[in-house]
Design a protein around this ligand. Structure first.
Ligand SMILES: NC(=O)c1ccc[n+]([C@@H]2O[C@H](COP(=O)([O-])OP(=O)(O)OC[C@H]3O[C@@H](n4cnc5c(N)ncnc54)[C@H](OP(=O)(O)O)[C@@H]3O)[C@@H](O)[C@H]2O)c1
Length: 206
């Protein structure tokens, strides 16, 4: 797989750093020095945002949410590209959403790409060393794109979970805001959910 990143920050490093072990990666950045520095560190190539967009069959959109829609809309994205959207538009004061439906807005900005929302529920430090049983929800409309992103999830040692179409990505975005707001006050967001076998009621002994 050829992977291009849009951005050379923490998420690009955490995710593409692992994918570069088995895939061809181009780090795309607005500053050649910063993109080149990350690329050297993880064993990838470096280029501009446009060069990475042209290079990758799969694109990781790892820009701040406030610039992501406009930045991606300015790129010439070849038809059929798989665009992973990991953005979180979170208001860090109240842990609410500063912008809603990022993935849908991104999908409208690049109508010929297959957008998959993924990797927005955990911090970059988690993606560098994911816990063994971490599930990664994916929201996207194209089955082939979902399968490809699923391969990239498994490359991290995680398990993909089909979470619906792009229209449901806004729920993942809200879930990130909710979970982060709980984690920063010392609560365990993961403990809120019952295991699958008890999801619709308690399991009765005998
Ligand atoms: N970090 C996390 O734990 C985490 C977890 C889940 C989701 N996310 C989401 O992932 C996305 C990326 O986060 P990050 O932590 O990787 O951010 P980051 O470390 O701050 O990196 C942001 C990248 O975006 C580039 N950039 C900023 N403004 C730009 C502009 N106007 N035009 C072009 N490029 C621009 C920066 O380029 P320069 O280096 O040239 O400044 C940098 O490469 C965000 O949407 C964030 O909400 C982050």
């Amino acid at each position: 797989m050829r992977i291009g990143t849009l951005g050379n920050g923490l998420m690009a490093e955490a995710l593409a750093g692992q994918w570069a072990r088995e895939h061809e990666v181009m780090i795309g950045g607005r500053d050649p020095g910063r993109a080149g520095e990350l690329a050297r560190r993880i064993g990838a190539q470096a280029g501009t945002l446009q060069e990475a967009t042209t290079f990758g069959d799969v694109l990781l959109l790892a820009l701040p949410a406030e610039v992501a829609v406009e930045a991606v809309g300015e790129l010439d994205v070849p038809p059929g590209r798989i665009l992973i959207d990991c953005t979180n538009a979170i208001d860090q004061q109240n842990f609410t959403l500063a912008e809603s439906a990022m993935a849908e807005r991104i999908a409208r900005a690049v109508p010929h790409a297959h957008v998959v929302k993924a990797f927005n529920l955990a911090a970059d430090a988690v993606w560098r060393h994911p816990p063994e049983d971490l599930a990664v929800p994916l929201c996207g409309d194209d089955p082939t794109a979902l399968a490809q992103v699923g391969r990239l999830v498994r490359a991290l040692g995680c398990e993909p979970v089909q979470a619906g179409g792009v229209v449901r990505a806004k729920l993942l975005e809200a879930t990130a805001a909710l979970a982060i707001g709980i984690w920063v006050t010392g609560g365990d967001a993961r403990a809120m959910f019952p295991p699958l076998e008890a999801a619709f009621g308690s399991v009765h002994p005998g």
